[in-house]
Design a protein around this ligand. Structure first.
Ligand SMILES: Cc1cc2nc3c(=O)[nH]c(=O)nc-3n(C[C@H](O)[C@H](O)[C@H](O)COP(=O)(O)O)c2cc1C
Length: 181
């Protein structure tokens, strides 16, 4: 069972890197039997806007992105909130995918001024259209209380409960959905 932890922010100076690394460390430290976690950083894929003719390098990036995402049985998407929804770069990257994601489970980790919940709600709509099953339990970090000066990630301990719940659900549903793929 392979679970991809996707970092959906590509902004220079992004807070997302610390959040995604925390999530990877947290998940790995659970030592889930027969489950491997891997961080996928959207920044590593120089995707063009969907519909623009890609350069040779961008065409390779599109192929690599598709192949990497297809290799997982389930996902955790780590996303900030930009103007109440997911970042445009993440939406664009998701628009390149569908068969890679169909009949797979996804859980969410969000962060933002007030926890990034609206970003998760927007992602649920997109992922549902891609044939995914999104789990109920979410992890939401607030810039006000889980970051120092809104830039140094200092997550409160109580998030561990939701992180465990979310991962348990992603693993259970990933196992179940594997049987119908
Ligand atoms: C363009 C933009 C729009 C934003 N809109 C929201 C918002 O609607 N709600 C919110 O809680 N935070 C909002 N924020 C704050 C971001 O969630 C916060 O800066 C977060 O750290 C961004 O993630 P990143 O640092 O990984 O890029 C916004 C930030 C940017 C850059």
């Amino acid at each position: 069972m392979k679970i991809g932890i996707i970092l959906g922010s590509i902004r220079e100076g992004r807070n997302g890197e610390a959040v995604a690394k925390w999530m990877l460390d947290f998940a790995t430290s659970r030592k889930d039997e027969n489950v491997e976690y891997e961080l996928v950083d959207l920044m590593d894929y120089d995707l063009p806007f969907l519909g623009k003719t890609p350069t040779e390098d961008q065409a390779k990036a599109i192929g690599a992105w598709s192949e990497k995402i297809a290799s997982f049985d389930g996902y955790v998407i780590v996303t900030p909130e930009y103007n109440r929804v997911l970042p445009g770069a993440l939406k664009n990257a998701l628009d390149f995918l569908k068969p890679e994601l169909t009949n797979k489970a996804v859980g969410y980790v969000a962060y933002g001024g007030l926890g990034g919940l609206s970003s998760i709600q927007s992602l649920r709509l997109i992922n549902a259209e891609q044939g995914m099953a999104s789990v109920q339990t979410m992890v939401t970090f607030s810039l006000m209380t889980d970051f120092e000066n809104m830039s140094i990630f200092t997550p409160n301990d109580y998030h561990a409960g939701n992180a465990n719940g979310m991962l348990d659900q992603v693993i259970t549903w990933s196992k179940a959905l594997k049987t119908i793929r």
